[in-house]
Write a protein that binds this ligand. Structure first.
Ligand SMILES: C[S@@+](CC[C@H](N)C(=O)[O-])C[C@H]1O[C@@H](n2cnc3c(N)ncnc32)[C@H](O)[C@@H]1O
Length: 205
């Protein structure tokens, strides 16, 4: 990764992901987290203020050193211990059944082998453990999908390998998760091709 990917992009992502409009969505996806939690693609820690009191510890998986540095203030202010101890969601350095819950927000779009990452999350979750997700992906409407297919190559280049057309719910099912409630909607204030969100939970059997 060059200067743009290492130094510039994490700062752009910090600003783009740190909007006020995202906060109610972050509050919703974090609401029922409890126990020992793994957060995939921690970024600069914008979910930290929304961890509920029932969370006892968070393990952050994040490849970007700059992202992690930008998270420092939020990590210091956290009401639970937050530790970075993983760099790649595709290969998690933890034994099976290590965590009670997992959290992923706007991250599954970017991980190169998203199927491998979801299988890893499933492996490290205890049986019955829940993945809480808030992800953008393939839109419900064909007209929007056409724009997503057109614009995806540009997005991929500019935003560190981000995809618009990943079918989030199908990917979760293919990785062996059992879906809980899922809300599919267009995010307010975002163009539909970039803001086709899925928010919900998926249980590791
Ligand atoms: C769009 S950002 C979202 C950040 C954060 N989850 C949020 O909601 O603000 C995507 C994040 O995924 C991270 N990422 C990219 N590849 C990854 C991988 N292989 N494993 C884990 N995280 C990855 C990026 O470094 C970035 O922080």
């Amino acid at each position: 990764m060059g200067f743009y990917g290492e130094q510039v992009l994490p700062r752009i992502i910090d600003k783009a992901c740190g909007t006020k409009t995202a906060e109610p969505l972050r509050r919703r996806v974090c609401a029922d987290l409890a126990g020992d939690v793994i957060e995939l693609g921690f970024g600069s820690g914008h979910n930290v203020p929304f961890y509920p009191a029932a969370v006892t510890r968070v393990t952050a998986v994040e490849p970007s050193d700059v992202g992690w540095r930008l998270a420092a203030g939020r990590v210091r202010a956290a009401t639970v211990p937050v530790q970075r101890s993983g760099l790649d969601g595709q290969s998690l350095p933890f034994p099976d059944d290590s965590f009670d819950a997992a959290l992923s927000t706007w991250t599954l779009c970017t991980i190169p082998d998203v199927g491998a990452a979801l299988r890893e999350v499933r492996r490290v979750l205890r049986p019955g453990g829940t993945l809480h997700f808030l992800e953008h992906g393939l839109a419900p409407d064909e007209r929007v999908r056409r724009w997503q297919r057109r614009l995806e190559p540009v997005e991929y280049r500019l935003v560190g390998g981000c995809h618009f057309t990943r079918p989030i719910v199908d990917l979760l099912t293919a990785a062996g998760f059992t879906l809980g409630e899922v809300d599919v909607f267009y995010e307010q204030g975002a163009p539909k091709f970039a803001g086709a969100d899925s928010l919900g939970t998926a249980v590791s059997p």
